[in-house]
Design a protein around this ligand. Structure first.
Ligand code: AMP
Ligand code: TRP
Length: 329
């Protein structure tokens, strides 16, 4: 039997190149080796305010993008979180066993709550839902970007605690898988911050649905430095190093080779080749996306995915409910 992996992306906006390089690209690369389950985590998205109509649209867009990048529904299970009730059910069981202090330490919670006028309890409790997502499918590995490190560690601690209390091997303890290059893709305008879907500055991010012209413009205007020689040096040439990581990930070449190639060619030439590379990766994805978003096929695939996910998830939920004493028949 193949080992299992699980991951998810929030339909909170159109995914960026950071989402693609940090996580979604690995989803495709890993689906042959592992039994993969990929979720559109719409229940995570509502931990901050969402416009309902936009949320529905983005849920479908993300599903279409999953398939457009090459996730194959014959190999992997693809589904929308809210169509598998076990996620919200298990989240409650987990919420009751996680400390408020543990949740308050999460940097994503601190960052996101600082941006909200009034903070919903779901934003604090959100890691419990994420722990649930992972354990429901007995996931051994979780491909994610670096910003999820703390949440994965919390999941691992939770699993240890739960198994100690209720019996070994009830839940599987997961390990993260980070990409070799680009586990933290930075903003094109401020290389000290990560590229984020929710950044209001459009020039800071490349959306997976940006047109070639926009992509070229954004890469051209990406912040670099005045050193002028292409080097991978995250301390002194952070902006440029970020662009090199993007190049390394998309071309699947080692950073060293790229630096050797461009060392004396100047930033202009490097940026222009990088822009061509990004366009050459995103254009075919966008073509497939445009076909899928207008088809009924998407709904069929998500229905089959939800049915498959439900089968596995309801078994794990039952196992957990049983040991916790809330299943009396
Ligand atoms: P989210 O958009 O928060 O749902 O993130 C979905 C996945 O993309 C997670 O695995 C994140 O770690 C990853 N991710 C998001 N932003 C970046 C980034 N700037 N660089 C690398 N990975 C990222
Ligand atoms: N919390 C993740 C994020 O914001 C998304 C996510 C939800 C996830 N559930 C997950 C990622 C389970 C991996 C596994 O990016």
């Amino acid at each position: 039997m193949k080992e299992t992996i699980f991951s998810g992306v929030q339909p909170s906006s159109i995914p960026t190149l950071g989402n693609y390089i940090g996580a979604m690209k690995s989803f495709v690369d890993l689906q042959d080796k592992y039994q993969a389950t990929y979720c559109i985590v719409n229940q995570h998205a509502i931990t901050v305010p969402q416009d309902p109509e936009i949320l529905v649209r983005q849920t479908k867009q993300l599903a279409a993008l999953y398939l457009a990048i090459g996730i194959d529904p014959n190999k992997s299970t693809v589904f929308v979180q809210s169509e598998v009730p076990a996620h919200s059910q298990i989240a409650w069981l987990i919420t009751c066993q996680i400390g408020v202090g543990e949740l308050e330490r999460m940097t994503q919670y601190k960052d996101k709550s600082a941006k909200q006028e009034s903070v919903g309890a779901g934003l604090l409790c959100y890691p419990a839902l994420m722990v649930g997502d992972i354990v429901l499918y007995d996931a051994k590995y979780v491909p994610v970007g670096d910003d999820q490190r703390q949440h994965i560690e919390l999941t691992r601690n939770f699993v240890d605690r739960f198994n100690n209390r209720y019996g070994e091997d009830i839940l599987v303890k997961p390990e993260p898988i980070y990409p070799n290059a680009g586990k933290r893709v930075m903003s094109l305008q401020d290389p000290s911050r990560k590229m984020s879907k929710s950044d209001e500055n459009e020039k800071s991010k490349i959306s997976m649905l940006d047109e070639p012209g926009q992509i070229i413009k954004k890469i051209k205007s990406a912040v670099t430095d005045s050193i002028g020689v292409v080097n991978y040096d995250t301390a002194n040439q952070a902006g440029l190093s970020n662009l090199i990581e993007i190049y390394a990930s998309l071309s699947e070449q080692p950073i060293k080779k790229i630096v050797n190639q461009y060392h004396d060619l100047g930033y202009g030439r490097f940026k222009s080749d990088l822009a061509d590379l990004v366009v050459s990766v995103l254009e075919p994805i966008q073509k497939r996306y445009n076909q899928l978003i207008a088809s009924d096929e998407l709904y069929d695939i998500l229905s089959i995915g939800a049915t498959k996910a439900n089968e596995t998830a309801s078994q794990t939920l039952a196992r957990m409910e049983k040991v916790m004493g809330i299943r009396y028949r």
